[in-house]
Design a binder for this molecule. Sequence first.
Ligand code: FAD
Length: 460
Amino acid sequence: MSSIKNVLSDIVGQDYVSNNPEEVYLYSRDPGLMPAHKPDYVVMPQSAQEIQEIVRVADREKISIVPMGAGLALTGLVIPQKGGIVVDMKRMNKILDVNERARYVLVEGGTSQGLLKAYLEKNYPRLRHSLPDAPPTATIAANVMIHGQGRLAQQYGFNSDMISGLEVVLPSGEICKIGSCSISPDWFSKGPPLPDLSGLFLGWFGATGIITRLALKLYPRKKLRDVEIFITDRENLVPDIVYEITHTEMAEDILVFTQPLPMMFKDNHHVSFYITGDTDEELEFKRKMIWDALHGFIKSKDGGFMSIPPAMRPTLLEMPQKSASRLADVKRGGGFEYSGPIIVVERYPECWRKLVELAVKYDLAYSGMVRIIGRGHCMMFGFAFTFNRADPDMMERVRNALKEVSEFALETGGVFWKPTVEEQKMAFKKMDTNTMQLMKTIKNTLDPNGIMNPGNWEVN
Ligand SMILES: Cc1cc2nc3c(=O)[nH]c(=O)nc-3n(C[C@H](O)[C@H](O)[C@H](O)COP(=O)(O)OP(=O)(O)OC[C@H]3O[C@@H](n4cnc5c(N)ncnc54)[C@H](O)[C@@H]3O)c2cc1C
């Protein structure tokens, strides 16, 4: 044990490696509900070269490696199932380059969402990225690794669709460049017109390599931004409402939220959409287009616009949104966890009914948080339940409710987002056999010793 620690100290410096019980304790869990498991060591490298050396040592000694950003995915993806080394990426947080005209940014693999947001606002006020509503310490690389979604999802899809190049340390220790950057000095595409190899890494939870640099597409930031909320108490109409709004191509982002409190929100579906513009006229034009598109629902008295109290507007416009953590009352020891299957928007009514059914069955506070992805191509339906960490019975009820969500999601045609290890196994059971075999071939070829984030996407 001590010799491995010495080897790791030689690579990253002794201040950046630890096997102290109180430090490995912190890396044995995430803020969600999954059981903890301690790593043997934690390291904080500062360069791709250091990561190469760590990976080579791990491969030689057959020690597991788990890359970690902020550890906020909540589903246990950074909990080292088999111990080994947690590679905390936080020291690799440099913003390396912005190509303003080609609208992309090149960052290191541990750069946080908050850092990039602040940097762009200060230095490139006409550019923005698709910010998720995760806490600002969440990292960009981990977010695309789990196919996260942010504020521009409705227009441009998953955040991983907005990648325009990767640099990855493979389990063998080699550094590999993916996309235009493999040929050109410019990081403008993650694949096309070359074969798109980014799929060998994105969505694999670090089980096929560690991202050390990535380029992310940036988009125009308009001067003005506003929000509107359309309410209906008929869940069956939500897919139609979303269809009409997406048809206008005027919204920046579309979210649907539903929660039982305050009482006036109960059993209502709040379709909130965001619009942006450089002038009041542009904003007004977009607002009018969407209002006109929803006129039929108002006429038939199936819904209407909510007048947003002035005090509520800044909260709705904040980025990232803090509503989920507020709901959980984190400061007083509360937690929340959500299962967020990706599923077609037509299934909204079934999802909502299931959410309410489970909340009643397990006596839990709930909220439904939906983000529309693409022009209504699919949605992330977040089944969120809050719990009190001091109440083991309540935590068990949340676990059981989420287990039922997983079964329901698969039955209803959904695909798990950032699945737990258990959900990954459930997905394999349902997956086309040849697809599963292809995944097995990829994993075994890239990581023959199975050292990278073991337990994840492991086909037996
Ligand atoms: C209140 C709240 C709101 C949220 N809202 C959103 C939201 O709107 N949209 C959204 O997408 N998510 C959301 N999330 C989920 C999650 O926090 C984010 O997706 C976040 O970006 C994950 O980043 P992380 O750095 O915490 O990932 P981690 O949990 O550290 O890692 C996630 C996965 O990526 C792997 N990984 C980490 N770094 C690397 C690397 N450099 N190379 C290879 N693999 C790596 C890890 O091993 C793990 O498998 C939310 C979470 C919370 C708590």
